[in-house]
Design a protein around this ligand. Structure first.
Ligand code: GAL
Length: 974
């Protein structure tokens, strides 16, 4: 028996039919603000008295609306990835069901017209039962979708009482198992709308484009006049017009014709974008041309407000996306606040609008009872699709409807498909999880490995499980364009290989786009005992089941600071590629529509990071998807030093989303064969001031006579090197669900706990000292035999060569067959804690790894050691710099340490060890150890994105083999 509305699978009662979201001059009263609120433990809430206008609620709490009560001091937020936080017992929910009772007393503003009145909720999680002045209006589920009640004749001028009962869990929760925080409450706007006599309640804009000509038809539920002044157009609803020489809408040129839809009683704002979306020849075309979506998956998230985003935050997201060359958004996994789509129309982003449907947790029942396959849920599922399409149908930015995410398959998807195709034949449909792809106009996958993607591009993919090879489904799918709805899992330090993925995506016509998972880390604000703010993930909440850290997988940190991953993405997807080839600069326009007229090209030369000549380039007309060749700027490589030419494509004028001068794309080319110069002055070390008993000397260098460790060079103190083959695991080193868990293998094999033995110290000649040793973990034979060879150079500097040769058994360990490989081949030094800054010539300014280094430029950079740390929400390896030619570590009153790579080293500098980094749960757990830990490494393995997706490609891993790397060390007294 279904006892209560909240357990009834029905989507709602008493609601008005869904319709378009629009802005008009009809009176509107926002009911956002402070409401009375009381939280109870069961679905009975505060009891039957809630709607009673006479109820004394003065002792209740107050809460702001919109918000989530779990972020306003009531109960707590929960995070799960795939798991339902309640038994799989559809459509029922446990008796413990936190229920928020809300009450608002409001008056009508003076002059509120006597017309029809509509009460609208833009989003209530997970469901709402609504009463006005004691009368039941109805119920609704579908958290991220609006619902309305007709309240005509039910309002008073003064003292209206609106009461809403919101259950944390409802039958709707079975359809909302997205990987995100469960955040109940009235979290989007509440509004009272006066619907005038002679107004328009719903309308549909059909604005298509072909070969320069637009076609416009606006249909509406009441007669009206469509006026678009820029086109000199005034046409009645229901009448189709052809508009010659129209400027089409695209994400690259989001041209909107603004105007009005005027009815007898109401004027509606129109923003018409002419565009046509179609699938032809196995490709996605917009306005007749193929497009490549360079996208991100965006959840609505704010560390303080959860999914109750304000407009400024939406704009911030869009500006950040546009500034990082992102041109598309998948609204994972539900329709966003309607204002976000209005902004996408204005700023220009392609949108895949996704329905609020995910039943992922049925994975734990073996998909038995999965709602899309059960007739009981048909209406609820269809209701969600209808409410999305009706609300969002007039946005030119929305080019694809997504039926939902990770909900297996079932007949309901067939019904949704049918309904949408009839209602809106102008947009293709996407659904990834049904292997037949019958209800999708795209073949689609998540997280394929690069070789799998390559085969998909060639339309030579393996037939999906459950599909008969050669069957009609198989044949049809092979003809479809491919949309990569999720890839490059951006959890923690990552993702790697963005450039490789982009190269594949740009190589085959079949690809129409890809969406990185995901835009933002879902960290929620927390404060430690000292009042310091940090970001909490699931693991910081005492609750089970718990998805832990898996919600921290975005390209921007919770506070929207771009992560190094976003900078890498910006470079990987830049819309202009530039390459020096055959003495010319080849400029390739990768836009789908725009020529390059909006960009200016500037260049400069640098030798060893010192600025030389500079200028601007004039680039001839270069239409979309074509290339031009431009003579190289007149730069002579310097006789000595490493000369680089940098060319930047920048915005020529202000754009809505970035000022003139914003760098859209860049390239660098090395000119000549010069290698970087050594420091000319100050490097000759002084004679060491002291040499204690048991110490050895080589020039100014002093070594521990027992361990052979370098202790000082002149007055510069340093302690090292120690062979360092481990890194504080990044999220991707843990893999997913037991797969690709390299970090666990390292720990099982002891890679994280090498101990060291000095075997002997040799003096083959006056100028040379060799320290031989062995490093490896307890309980194992595996390890490296090491030789640190120091040579005094003529200029007094100290040359260090490190040889490390594997010894013992790396394959077979007591834990079974582990093919363990070191994540790092490095040398760790400890410097006094007074060092504060690093200047280097190499790749920068941000961190770089072998598979994430495109965003870094060759140049000279400086930063404080503190600023070199990337504060990942979950502490992990960060701050590496590949291909460093030289670096100088300095601090007030201390001799500067100069290191010259031979030719390169990877460096990292931090105030804590990798072990401390590994142990920290939050950034504020990391405290100054009193020393600066400097790694001067041969290299590290790549970062990949194995926390959800394929293993780190072999080519980005280190091998168990001999390694040699060299550098020169010297103190500098400027
Ligand atoms: C996908 C899913 C996303 C997210 C991601 C991993 O399977 O669609 O919602 O869970 O994996 O972070």
């Amino acid at each position: 028996m279904i006892a209560d509305f909240h357990e009834d699978p029905a989507p709602g009662t008493g609601r008005r039919a869904p319709r378009a979201d629009f802005v008009s001059d009809a009176p509107r009263l926002s009911l956002n603000g402070q409401w009375r609120f009381r939280l109870s433990g069961t679905a009975a809430g505060t009891g039957p008295g809630l709607p009673d206008p006479g109820l004394d609620d003065s002792a209740w709490d107050t809460i702001r609306v919109p918000s989530h009560w779990v972020l306003e001091g009531h109960d707590k937020p929960l995070y799960t990835n795939t798991a339902y936080p309640f038994p799989i017992d559809p459509p029922y929910l446990p008796d413990d069901n936190p229920t928020g009772d809300y009450r608002l007393r409001f008056d009508l503003p003076d002059g509120w017209p006597a017309a029809r009145d509509v009460l609208r909720f833009q989003g209530v999680d997970s469901c709402g039962t609504v009463w006005l002045n004691g009368e039941l209006l109805g119920h609704s589920k579908g958290s991220r979708l609006p619902f309305e009640f007709d309240v005509t004749g039910r309002l008073r001028e003064r003292g209206n009482v609106l009461a809403v009962r919101v259950h944390r869990w409802s039958s709707g929760s079975y359809l909302e198992d997205q990987d995100m925080w469960w955040l109940p409450g009235i979290f989007r706007d509440v509004e009272l709308l006066s619907r005038p006599e002679g107004g328009i309640d719903d309308f549909t804009v059909h604005a298509s484009y072909r070969d320069g000509t637009g076609t416009l038809l606006v249909t509406a539920d009441a007669p009206g006049l469509v006026e678009l002044p820029a086109l000199g157009l005034a046409v009645p609803t229901g009448e189709q017009v052809t508009v010659p020489d129209v400027r089409p809408w695209s994400a690259e040129d989001p041209h909107l014709y603004r105007g009005t839809l005027r009815a007898a009683g109401e004027t509606i704002e129109l923003a018409v974008g002419f565009r046509t979306v179609e699938i032809a020849g196995g490709r996605l075309l917009v306005n007749g041309r193929p497009v490549l979506l360079r996208g991100v998956n965006r959840h609505e998230h704010d560390p303080d407000r959860g999914r109750a985003l304000d407009r400024a935050t939406m704009i911030r997201d869009i500006e950040l996306m546009k500034r990082h060359n992102v041109n598309a958004v998948r609204t994972s996994h539900y329709p966003p606040h309607p204002e976000f789509l209005r902004l996408c129309d204005e700023y220009g982003l392609w949108v895949v609008d996704e329905c609020d449907i995910e039943t992922h947790g049925f994975i734990y029942s073996g998909w038995e009872g999965n709602p899309p396959a059960e007739p009981m849920w048909r209406d609820a599922l269809l209701d969600r699709a209808r409410r999305m399409v009706e609300r969002d149908k007039n946005h030119p930015s929305v080019i694809i409807w997504s039926l939902g995410n990770e909900s297996g398959s079932g007949a309901a998807f067939g019904e949704i498909e049918k309904w949408i195709r009839e209602r809106d034949p102008t947009r293709p449909l996407h659904y990834e999880r049904d292997p037949s792809y019958r209800h999708s106009d795209f073949y689609s996958l998540m997280y394929p490995a690069q070789d799998v993607l390559e085969r998909i591009g060639q339309r030579k993919e393996d037939t999906p499980d459950g599909v008969e090879p050669g069957s009609p489904d198989d044949v049809r799918r092979r003809g479809l364009p491919f949309l990569l709805c999720e890839y490059a899992h951006a959890m923690g330090n990552g993702p790697g290989s963005l450039v490789d993925y982009q190269r594949i995506l740009e190589s085959y016509e079949r690809f129409c786009g890809a969406f990185v998972w995901e835009w933002i880390d879902h960290g929620l604000a927390g404060y430690d005992e000292l009042g310091r703010r940090y970001h909490r993930h699931g693991g910081d909440i005492d609750a089970r089941p718990n998805g832990g850290r898996f919600c921290i997988d975005g390209l921007v940190f919770p506070d929207r600071t771009p992560s190094p991953g976003l900078l890498e993405l910006r470079k990987a997807i830049e819309p202009v590629a530039m390459e020096v080839s055959g003495g010319e600069l080849v400029v390739t326009n990768k836009y789908d529509f725009a020529a390059l007229g909006h960009l200016a090209f500037r260049w400069f030369a640098e030798t060893d990071g010192e600025r030389g000549v500079s200028g601007t380039l004039s680039v001839p007309h270069c239409p979309a998807r074509s290339s031009v060749r431009v003579p190289l700027p007149p730069v002579e490589p310097a006789d000595e030093g490493e000369t680089w030419l940098t060319v930047e494509a920048v915005l020529a004028g202000d754009a809505r989303w970035a000022p003139a001068g914003h760098v859209v794309a860049f390239t660098q080319a090395r000119l000549g064969n010069g290698t970087h110069r050594r420091r000319a002055s100050g490097v000759t070390p002084a004679t060491p001031s002291r040499q204690a008993e048991g110490e050895l000397r080589l020039g100014a260098a002093v070594f521990d006579g027992r361990t052979g460790r370098l202790l000082r060079i002149g007055d510069l103190e340093l302690d090292g090197p120690v062979l360092d083959v481990w890194r504080a695991p990044i999220s991707n080193d843990h893999g997913i669900g037991g797969a690709n868990d390299l970090a666990a293998d390292w720990e099982a094999a002891g890679i994280d706990r090498f101990v060291h033995r000095t075997g002997g110290i040799e003096r083959p000649d006056e100028r040379t000292l060799v320290v031989r040793g062995r490093s490896g973990p307890a309980t194992r034979t595996l390890g490296f035999r090491t030789a640190y060879t120091y040579r005094l150079r003529d200029d007094g500097t100290l040359h260090l060569r490190i040889d490390a040769e594997p010894v013992g058994d790396w394959d077979d360990t007591a834990y079974g067959h582990l093919t363990v490989r070191p994540p790092r081949m490095g040398a760790r030094f400890a410097l006094p804690g007074g060092y504060t800054d690093v200047t280097w010539f190499g790749l920068g300014p941000g961190e770089s790894y072998v598979d994430s280094r495109a965003a870094a430029r060759v140049g000279r950079f400086s930063g404080s050691i503190d600023a070199l740390q990337t504060p990942y929400v979950v502490p992990q390896e960060n701050g590496n710099h590949v291909e460093t030619r030289w670096l100088e570590v300095s601090g007030p009153g201390l001799p500067t340490l100069r290191v010259d790579g031979e030719p390169y080293v990877d460096f990292t500098a931090r105030r804590w060890t990798s072990e401390a980094l590994r142990a920290a749960r939050h950034p504020h757990d990391l405290t100054d150890s009193g020393r600066v830990w400097l790694n001067l490494d041969h290299g590290q393995q790549g970062i990949g994105s194995a926390s959800c997706g394929p293993a780190l490609p072999e080519r980005h891993r280190l091998q168990v083999r001999p390694y040699t790397w060299s550098m020169t060390l010297a103190p500098v007294h400027p």
